[in-house]
Design a protein around this ligand. Structure first.
Ligand SMILES: [Zn+2]
Length: 155
């Protein structure tokens, strides 16, 4: 069977490497396209622009620069995170991956105890085989991906 290509020119998202999300444009998936576009917009911001001023409210040039820098950094970090996540999903899953995933889900659920799953990696590694770890990771990842990411400044 011939598998349909992800897009005419690309085998997978050129930013994060996913084939799980659809192609939008420029070799980017739905998630990356939104972020890359936002990053491009933020980069062209000028202190006199009404939109960023209205949305993020700053009073002087220093504050404007700081806001712009924060937002750019946050988007870049998110793009990097998606890339690493996609690589992790393709490879073998270890106890440490599950521990990290449990922590992120707990954080999204606003669990107060930040150390709830601290040090669980070894136990998970020994209790579950490779197949089970992979399935568990994918299930937990589905929860994380089911929640809209807005970023701290991207409301
Ligand atoms: Zn992507």
């Amino acid at each position: 069977m011939i598998r349909e290509k992800w897009s005419k020119k690309f085998e997978k998202c050129r930013q994060c490497g996913t084939e799980r999300y659809e192609h939008v444009a420029r070799g980017l998936c739905t998630r990356c396209y939104r972020l890359v576009r936002k990053l491009e917009q933020v980069k062209t911001w000028k202190p006199s622009d009404p939109e960023p001023k209205r949305r993020y409210g700053f009073y002087d040039l220093e504050e404007f620069k700081a806001k712009k820098r924060d937002l750019e950094g946050e988007i870049k970090e998110r793009l990097e995170f998606l890339k690493i996540k996609e690589e992790t999903l393709k490879g073998p899953i270890y106890g440490i991956d599950i521990e990290g995933q449990l922590r992120r889900v707990a954080e999204l659920c606003r669990v107060r105890n930040k150390g709830l799953f601290h040090g669980m990696a070894n136990e998970i590694q020994h209790c579950f085989g490779q197949k089970q770890r992979k399935m568990l990771y994918e299930l937990l990842n589905a929860i994380e991906e089911g929640i809209w990411w807005g970023g701290n400044h991207l409301g």
